[in-house]
Design a protein around this ligand. Sequence first.
Ligand code: AMP
Length: 213
Amino acid sequence: MRLVLLGAPGAGKGTQAKKLIDKYGTPQISTGDILRAAVAEGTPLGKEAKAVMDKGELVPDSVVLGLVEERLQQDDCKKGYILDGFPRNTAQAEALDGILDKLGMGLSAAISVDVPSEDLMKRLTGRRTCKGCGQMYNVHFSAPAKEGTCDKCSGELYQRDDDREETIKKRLEVYEAQTAPLIDYYGNKGILKSVAGTGSIDEIFEKMCASIG
Ligand code: AMP
């Protein structure tokens, strides 16, 4: 299964991607996660990316394209992949088509997770992630049993630097202007599936699996 997950920040792409990995065994390629890892390691790429990410803007296409092309060539992607947070604009989508053609691993589907814009702010400000295992929580909807601690591995939970209100506003603007047009891009290719991203995490996941068929 070779998928692109589309959806606004806070739509639940990462949460659903993790469930898809468990079910189908395909790796998740999240450009946001790769960039955050580079920031945490303090690499030159991380230092450059952090300033852009903290403003809620997009890291240059050439940077993310290089990361994705390299990642897609790793062995585990032979059985498929789930692209999460990439592509983010039409130039990235066109470049991805070229890379996938070259590698002979074209997309099975692009799934758009649709969430009303008024719900996104609460989802993003409430989001917390485990430093240890990456499990995600939301203090409003799916809080851990003990505040600040992961139910699964007892790791410490953290809030992303870009999940602050001002940065979120910018990220949502960038999504509308640059990423939302990809819904038509994949619609025109005939591979778009749309799933309502409302309801419980498991309900959304069921709809997602049904859309994949
Ligand atoms: P995400 O975790 O997908 O919400 O991404 C967090 C931030 O990383 C974004 O706001 C961008 O600054 C950067 N980023 C992630 N993916 C991309 C991408 N495909 N193109 C450009 N910037 C990206």
